[in-house]
Design a protein around this ligand. Sequence first.
Ligand SMILES: Nc1ncnc2c1ncn2[C@@H]1O[C@H](COP(=O)(O)OP(=O)(O)O)[C@@H](O)[C@H]1O
Ligand SMILES: [Mg+2]
Length: 233
Amino acid sequence: MRALAILSGKGGVGKSFISANLALALRKLGKKAGLLDLDFHGPSAPEMLGMEQQDLKTRNGKIVPATGPNGVPVVSIAFMTSPDSPIIWRGPLKSKAIQQLARDVDWGETELLVVDLPPGTGDEAISTSTEFKGAETLFITTPSKISKNVVLRAVSFARKVGLRPKGIVENMSGLFESDATETLAETTGLPIIARIPFDARAEEALEQKKPFILAYPDSGTSKEIMKVAKTLV
Ligand SMILES: Nc1ncnc2c1ncn2[C@@H]1O[C@H](COP(=O)(O)OP(=O)(O)O)[C@@H](O)[C@H]1O
Ligand SMILES: [Mg+2]
């Protein structure tokens, strides 16, 4: 099974939005994609997909993923914890949990696992690099100098720990006037795979509990996410 890590130095740049919708985009193309949400402190994959909170079942000692829209198998930290009594996650506990999620989930026929990571290059990203050796990695950035500099560090980190940088995805394109993403591409030697425009209807889709790409398939935002999926297929 191929793994695709969604990394960025920063929070709020759209990693979870892109991870969830990209998994659906891949399935639209007939690729058996799954989604693993490793954001311990702010798991948002289920919400992005319009899924309810649920407990995961086990079969033959393996965790069975929940099934989201378009049949996408989903495992999220949100399914392991309750919003009212969150576990206090410490480093070693996170590493153990990631190890278990990497080894003890029955992903069935899944061909490509999209791994949504929390911001930064901490425990989660390090454990991902050891559990999913050589995982392809997409870097999510916004067109701003601050984002560029943080993502630059994330690319160096990824190369150091043996993740395989695949390219840069600019999100919320057009929101700021900046050539930061071009500079990032030049400095890292990575291609810009897509530029995903900001679409204010994202919030509306969340309220309707509908994944964006299914609610607004003809929007520029969905088309760019499809472009990322095509690049991966
Ligand atoms: N292209 C976009 N257009 C509109 N809203 C977006 C877009 N990308 C992300 N968002 C919204 O921005 C917020 C932060 O995105 P999120 O994916 O949670 O960021 P991260 O996972 O990087 O912290 C979410 O409410 C999400 O729906
Ligand atoms: Mg997130």
